[in-house]
Design a protein around this ligand. Structure first.
Ligand SMILES: [Zn+2]
Length: 75
C-alpha cells in the first residue's frame, strides 16, 4: 500500500495518506484547465476524505518545529 505524508485541509490531520488511485484527464481538457494529465488521489487516514495532490497541504514536521522552539529558548 502506497502512502505519503501530508496535512489534511479538511480535518487538519498531519500524517499518513493512503493512495486511492489516479484520475486521468483527456489531454485536451487537461490543457484547457491547466491541470496535469494525471491527478493522484489520496485518502485521509483520519476523516476519510479523498483529496488530490493539489488539495493536500504540505506535511509539517512537528519534531523539527519543537527543535526550532528549543533553540529559540536556549539562545
Ligand atoms: Zn482528514
Amino acid at each position: 500500500m502506497l502512502r505519503r505524508l501530508a496535512k489534511c485541509p479538511s480535518c487538519r490531520h498531519n500524517g499518513e495518506f493512503e493512495y486511492t488511485g489516479a484520475q486521468h484527464w483527456p489531454p485536451e481538457m487537461a490543457r484547457k484547465l491547466k491541470l496535469p494529465d494525471t491527478t493522484y488521489l489520496w485518502t485521509c487516514s483520519d476523516c476519510g476524505t479523498t483529496l488530490s495532490d493539489q488539495e493536500l497541504l504540505p506535511y509539517q514536521d512537528e519534531r523539527r518545529m519543537e527543535a526550532a522552539i528549543e533553540i529559540t529558548v536556549q539562545s
